[in-house]
Design a protein around this ligand. Sequence first.
Ligand code: UDP
Length: 429
Amino acid sequence: MENQNGPHLVLIPPPFHGHMTPMLQLATVLHSKGFSITIAHTHFNSPDPSNHPNFNFLPFFDGLSSTQITSKNFVDIASTLNCLYNLYDGFFHFIDSLAKELKLPSIVFRTTCATNFLTYHVCAHLQTKGYLPLQDCKSLDLVPELELLRFKDLPIFNLRNPHDFLHCTSKNLSITPLAVIFNTMQGLEDSSVIQLQQLHKINLFPVGPLHMIANEFNNISIMRESDGCISWLNSKARKSVLYVSLGSIASWEEKELTEMACGLANSGQSFVWVILPETVNNVSEWLESLSEDVKLGVTERGWIVKWAPQSEVLAHEAVGGFWSHYGWNSTLESLWEGIPIICQPHFGDQRVNVRLLSHVWKVGLEWCNVMERDEIEKVVRTLMVNQEGEELRERATELKHEIRLATNGSSSDALNGLVKCILSIKMSH
Ligand code: UDP
């Protein structure tokens, strides 16, 4: 193990893929800068130490029941973990008090976008002005203090429930780290980063996109990737394949999956489709239950995997579109490759990401319809073969060049700034 004598950092990621992956990416980058790394993690969804021989791993008791684990109820799991008694993800706000108790300096790594974090401040204001909890969660009115969002885009899990509101905002705002790291990059959300800087008056480090920066050192995933889809993509024409992956947390019912299969088959487009094992027990049996023409469409034009090497898939020249729930990691990965998208948000920060993608960066079609085969066929064809899709594709390519240019240098400056900041904190303690 290298860097065992370097300054020691303890990183504490929440046990969800979208949080764990960027934290491991950050760990890889910091290790390359000479730090010795320990990852403290829950037993639930624990990373595989053999994939990261340069880090120490320290499991801790998570207090989760097996019912909670199988339910995958994000809010419930978050509340339990935060009832437990350094460098950590903002999701784990309990660590702020723990670090203070132990007199250890702490830094927060926010794995959502900077604009999402800004909404916590805005919501706190909205609450004092009596806007929250909302009467109409689907309101299209613009948020007075953050006009790029509508009320329906706010990242609160249940906008009508004051408990959820408090959970999401006040806890997040009460923590007082020495600095905040964002997996974002220059040219994407500059005004949000500037506003946050003014509000917090502490160092903010936009070091993203970490999937690119860390992959220079290592390929990181806590799940095993399915073989075969890259060779299948090699046989496809340029920009002809839709990549479909609706997140590592969102769960779907079998009847919704069947609607997806029909819509995708009827669209006539080729696709790679991630179906998580917990969604359907036996994919072959489920395929057998479909009508002959849908089964044929899926097997002839589709490639189904349990888990895809997503960054590699999005970078493949055969991929011309992405249908996603738009977690922040998927957002960064597709923006980086210039892929236009169908965005179907489910909860939390995904709503903010989708508003940015469709309204601000104009690279995606916001799609909030129910899972119904005709609607799916229509939206897939709009993205993959219609003029509207072509325009989104052109804009996505432009944005890709803009962000690659803007990021060139700025993220490594932010990273060097972060290293200096950690070393100076260490020296003053
Ligand atoms: N991912 C992957 N293969 C898959 C599905 C997802 O590698 O088949 C990765 C994806 O590249 C991203 C992460 O899982 O880095 C998902 O994080 P995101 O923030 O997009 O969404 P979440 O799943 O946390 O809602």
